[in-house]
Design a protein around this ligand. Structure first.
Ligand SMILES: NC(=O)c1ccc[n+]([C@@H]2O[C@H](COP(=O)([O-])OP(=O)(O)OC[C@H]3O[C@@H](n4cnc5c(N)ncnc54)[C@H](OP(=O)(O)O)[C@@H]3O)[C@@H](O)[C@H]2O)c1
Length: 294
């Protein structure tokens, strides 16, 4: 039996479906029976609870041949790294207590860096914590920027007629589709072909600029004139806080964008068969257009 955290999320939902299609026994974790019901209807066993409850998590991991773990995004946390560390400790304790031998842990490109990477800093802390576990095989998956992040700009495109952010529009960097991340995670959960503590980066098929991604998406949604606008750090942070994000999260996202602009993350990487994933930005743009059109 394989256990999946964040099973209603971007990667978790796709990963669960892939495993069920392979006739695997899958236990899915989430906070709502209703949101998990679609996966239950396809054959998954649901356990309902909060990752902030370590006993619940340890019980949910118990008996698993392998577990997929992730720290759920929490846009309401006043201090996001502290929140990540709290949940991260609970996940680590649950791995230890349950005795599971193989864990695929969602980290991020930049997971080796302790600073200047915004929300990735807490994932670095989690990698370090996991690496101290004795006798557990852990694969740190380090995907780059999700193509699905572009969904968060749909309101901006609809209301302001532009795409924009603090990552420079002319910066070519790696983007990955979450379906591809799910596919890689599935392979490792099924095969359990890793031992010790290892890292696998996932970079998408090629580097893309946001100017290019915006043009490709614009064409698919019937707005071929759509442009990407570079926001200053302050305008970007103001926009995010006005949209309801905490000051802390807005600062972290600005820090990550600046880190990318400075070449710290996602740029100039060498692709290999191991780190290359197949979905192109053109293919993702079809999915974007479906979501955009509702
Ligand atoms: N965005 C990027 O470019 C990027 C790149 C690399 C790594 N990452 C990392 O990827 C992770 C997010 O992955 P994702 O996008 O697949 O997930 P996601 O879509 O954010 O979904 C996470 C799921 O976790 C569940 N959840 C939330 N809080 C929970 C809690 N307290 N207890 C139990 N379940 C909870 C939610 O389901 P319910 O509401 O149904 O409970 C939610 O659907 C983050 O750690 C992020 O740092 C992101």
């Amino acid at each position: 039996m394989i256990v999946i955290m964040g099973a209603t999320g971007n990667i978790g939902a796709k990963l669960t479906k892939l495993l069920l299609e392979k006739d695997q026994k899958v236990r899915v974790i989430g906070r709502s029976q209703e949101r998990l019901q679609g996966l239950v209807d396809q054959g998954a066993e649901a356990v309902i609870g909060d990752a902030a409850d370590p006993d619940f998590l340890a019980g949910a991991f118990k008996g698993a041949a392998a577990v997929y773990t992730m720290i759920p995004t929490n846009y309401a946390a006043p201090d996001y790294r502290q929140y990540q560390n709290e949940i991260g400790k609970f996940i680590t304790a649950a791995i230890e207590k349950s005795g599971v031998s193989h864990v695929v842990s969602l980290s991020s490109l930049g997971g080796h860096l302790p600073d200047k990477t915004g929300p990735i800093k807490g994932l670095h802390d989690q990698e370090q914590r996991h690496n101290r576990l004795v006798g557990v095989n852990i694969l740190h998956l380090r995907p780059t920027f999700f193509m699905e992040n572009l969904f968060t700009n749909i309101d901006m495109i609809k209301n302001m007629g532009i795409n924009g952010g603090h990552i420079r529009g002319d910066l070519a960097f790696a983007m990955t589709a979450t379906g591809d991340i799910a596919q890689v995670a599935m392979g490792h959960l099924l095969e359990r072909d890793f031992s010790g503590k290892i890292v696998r980066e996932l970079l998408g098929p090629r580097d893309v600029t946001l100017n290019e991604a915006t043009r490709i998406i614009g064409e698919k949604i019937g707005k071929p004139e759509l442009k990407y606008v570079d926001f200053s750090r302050q305008d970007y942070v103001n926009g995010l806080t006005q949209a309801g994000l905490t000051e802390d999260m807005a600062d972290l996202l600005a820090e990550m964008s600046a880190g990318m602009n400075d070449g710290l993350l996602g740029t100039g990487l060498t692709r290999t068969p191991e780190n290359t994933t197949p979905t192109t930005i053109e293919q993702f743009a079809d999915i974007f257009a479906q979501v955009y059109k509702g």
